[in-house]
Ligand binder design. Sequence first.
Ligand SMILES: *[C@@H]1O[C@H](CO)[C@@H](O)[C@H](O)[C@H]1NC(C)=O
Ligand SMILES: *[C@@H]1O[C@H](CO)[C@@H](O)[C@H](O)[C@H]1NC(C)=O
Ligand SMILES: *[C@@H]1O[C@H](CO)[C@@H](O)[C@H](O)[C@H]1NC(C)=O
Ligand SMILES: *[C@@H]1O[C@H](CO)[C@@H](O)[C@H](O)[C@H]1NC(C)=O
Ligand SMILES: *[C@@H]1O[C@H](CO)[C@@H](O)[C@H](O)[C@H]1NC(C)=O
Ligand SMILES: *[C@@H]1O[C@H](CO)[C@@H](O)[C@H](O)[C@H]1NC(C)=O
Length: 449
Amino acid sequence: MAASYILLLSALLALAASPAMAGDPSALQDLCVADNTSDDMAASYVLLLAALLALASSPTMARDPGALQDFCVADNTSDVFVNGFVCKDPKLVKAEDFFFSGLDEPRDTTNKVGSNVTLLNASRIPGLNTLGISMARVDYAPFGLNPPHIHPRATEIQTVLEGSLYVGFVTSNPDNRLVTKVVRKGDVFVFPQGLIHFQFNLGAKPAVAVSGLSSQNPGVITIANSVFGSKPAISDDILAKAFQPTPSSSPLSLPWLLPRPWPAIPVLSRTLFVNGLACKDPKLVKAEDFFFSGLDEPRDTANKVGSNVTLLNASRIPGLNTLGISMARVDYAPFGLNPPHIHPRATEIQTVLEGSLYVGFVTSNPDNRLVTKVVRKGDVFVFPQGLIHFQFNLGAKPAVAVSGLSSQNPGVITIANSVFGSKPAISDDILAKAFQVDKKIIDLIQAHF
Ligand SMILES: *[C@@H]1O[C@H](CO)[C@@H](O)[C@H](O)[C@H]1NC(C)=O
Ligand SMILES: *[C@@H]1O[C@H](CO)[C@@H](O)[C@H](O)[C@H]1NC(C)=O
Ligand SMILES: *[C@@H]1O[C@H](CO)[C@@H](O)[C@H](O)[C@H]1NC(C)=O
Ligand SMILES: *[C@@H]1O[C@H](CO)[C@@H](O)[C@H](O)[C@H]1NC(C)=O
Ligand SMILES: *[C@@H]1O[C@H](CO)[C@@H](O)[C@H](O)[C@H]1NC(C)=O
Ligand SMILES: *[C@@H]1O[C@H](CO)[C@@H](O)[C@H](O)[C@H]1NC(C)=O
């Protein structure tokens, strides 16, 4: 009896997770900043179009699933594993399930990086279960750093309560643009879902900030810990190839606190940007819009890491727009590496066509567990959304794999490029503190990107 009840419950929860029509649409690119300059007719057409596109893209599931009842307070006595938590009997729900006390108390920041995050996710506040939101308090020691990290499942909106912070995020490949700002008490800053970001206390006094996060369990991947501190460790062969730290002498000294504008980009006059791409007149749609030819052709892998990814996203196959999926071919040179990277907006499912690969991903904090497998022709492996993963060709012959990705624009953040090769560079002071190594080593690695 109990077992079939549990099965029924899981099925219902699974169902509950599918029709997430109530939430905002999922992001289809890193940035789609609102344009408030529209005021004429053409502009309202544009707004309508954007609204329609937004609607079209709602049920893509990159967010937490939408709630189907007022609440579903987590039942922490259940040992059933579902997506989120099993609901407590609504009759037993109390105000305390939606409550936490003491977020005003300063936290201990005497650790290596000089910061301390208190995350109130659905484990801490059971009433958050299925509601798609959580909150964090961050304490910063004088010159303390919340080191470069990612929330695989959430966008973060942060306000400073005390002190002033130098904050930033890095956009995905190929731009790896570093966007930074100095924020002070009362200021608010947004860190988009899945992008690498950090905060650094500029003052000689402690600083405090509070954030809202758009998931009941945003997850945290601290780049330094995940890449260099996974359990078991990622092979140093793989990391050496990914980070390319061979000797070079170009000491950098960055006046990094001065405002550093993004590299100049020509601004086109009144180009229309929406979430994803605008739709073509349906009457003009052709079979070619859903078609690509030549994915069977080997790609050139004569580059530093020895791999080449051919991504067929909505730019390459326009018919994919709003459909939430894309495909990639990956070619590996003998002993070639597809270096540690993240897809901020997609889960990847990959099958090996030729050769054998050593593949792996690292779970988020606090475990940073490295999950690896050797996969051969015909094998299939899954890399969950937002987690750091890689593939390494174990053979002396080229290897090939094909992947499906659960976004029309999965995005790629190659950890080495984003962290050490952003434009402009992330200050070596910040990276030295995050990776706990000398600034000279950081400069040396940065010189390679
Ligand atoms: C549009 O946004 C800018 C800041 O990005 C602001 O200065 C301006 O007042 C806004 N205009 C309107 C019409 O809201
Ligand atoms: C479950 O939550 C209650 C408070 O909501 C707490 O007192 C109890 O220790 C928790 N039990 C477990 C197993 O975490
Ligand atoms: C954060 O602060 C709490 C309370 O002050 C402390 O128990 C915890 O060990 C601190 N965590 C870190 C990572 O320093
Ligand atoms: C909540 O966050 C803590 C780390 O702060 C983590 O250990 C825990 O698994 C998270 N719980 C969930 C499932 O929301
Ligand atoms: C990938 O292969 C294509 C075609 O062989 C080539 O044009 C491109 O430069 C290669 N990219 C990299 C990163 O090596
Ligand atoms: C598709 O991927 C390429 C990189 O492979 C990227 O430059 C482009 O912006 C992506 N297009 C979209 C909008 O999906």
